[in-house]
Design a protein around this ligand. Structure first.
Ligand code: RIB
Ligand code: CA
Length: 295
């Protein structure tokens, strides 16, 4: 299953990337990076570091340094100044590719047969919106977009909205209103997929570096709260839901809701039929994630 990961690593992005890069049933052609949780230079360096720890060759193409027409609003309080919660990763074994993210996306989608490449979107949608705007016919060659983002019935985590859509509302509107094959995995689903101390022990017991690093990353996530009482007993695993959905869609409950992206990135009732994940089989997903990180 060929796919490209668009990402702003980012603690939960890192877990999703470690899982996706090493999974035998996924062929991650490359990663494209964007400003989001932290600035573009850090998200790009982090993507390279994560690929190095995974011991998988994955070109990294740097993308947008800021949202469309707005200033970046990084989440240092959640992901730390290094974007990885202070967890030690190896120095990058490679440098970023010379072609920027949108130029790369346009060229690979035009070279590949239509409807053969998925986009796994783990970040604000700035790169994807620029692809759609600059090359709308090329964007139609995307097989499907699976994106972590939005809050349908759940409260948001960035004002009324969810971070990936609210950080760049203009980009989110372009992507969600484009009529492409899109499945959104919002906070309604991802907040059901949680890791507690027992699960961290399970990950560490595998002894495999991607699983152990993921436990360390989740530990770092425990430092802050996100709409939870302090001292939360578990943390949500937002971005790993994207590759997990690609491989195990049966573990997600999908509904179609008619939505639109409001000016601040919040999802409100609208004319666009969008597939949204509203429930998960969390126990099964935790087992699949651990298997994938330990393979
Ligand atoms: O709201 C969760 C999303 O925002 C995740 O992608 C996380 O990495 C942050 O970017
Ligand atoms: Ca992210």
């Amino acid at each position: 299953m060929p796919a490209i990961i668009d990402t702003d690593p980012g603690i939960d992005d890192a877990i999703a990337i470690l899982y996706a890069l090493r999974h035998p049933d996924l062929d991650i052609a490359a990663m494209t990076t964007v400003a989001g949780n932290i600035g573009l230079s850090v998200t790009t360096a982090n993507a390279l570091k994560i690929a190095t720890l995974a011991d998988v060759h994955a070109p990294v193409h740097a993308g947008a340094p800021a949202p469309l027409g707005r200033d970046p609003r990084p989440e240092l309080g959640i992901h730390g100044n290094d974007g990885l919660g202070g967890v030690t990763f190896p120095d990058p074994a490679t440098r970023p590719a010379s072609e920027d993210a949108v130029g790369y996306l346009i060229s690979i989608l035009n070279q590949a047969d239509p409807q053969t490449i998925d986009l796994f979107c783990l970040a604000p949608l700035t790169n994807i919106a620029q692809l759609i705007t600059r090359a709308p016919d090329t964007a139609k060659r995307i097989r499907r977009i699976i994106a972590m983002g939005g809050a349908v019935d759940e409260p948001g985590n960035m004002g009324r909205g969810e971070f990936n859509l609210a950080h760049d509302p203009e980009a989110a509107a372009i992507v969600l209103h484009a009529g492409l094959d899109l499945t959104l995995i919002p906070l309604d689903a991802t907040r059901q997929f949680r890791a507690d101390a027992a699960y961290l022990h399970t990950l560490r017991a595998t002894g495999k570096p991607p699983a152990v690093a993921s436990a360390d990353l989740i530990d770092a996530y425990f430092v802050q709260t996100e709409h939870q009482a302090k001292g939360s007993e578990s943390r949500p695993l937002h971005d790993p839901c994207v590759p997990l959905y690609a491989l195990h869609p049966d573990l997600f409950r999908i509904e179609t809701r008619h939505l639109q992206v409001d000016h601040d990135g919040a999802l409100i009732a609208g004319p666009h039929p969008i597939r949204v994940a509203m429930g998960v089989d969390a126990d099964a997903l935790r087992a699949r994630l651990c298997e994938g990180l330990a393979c």
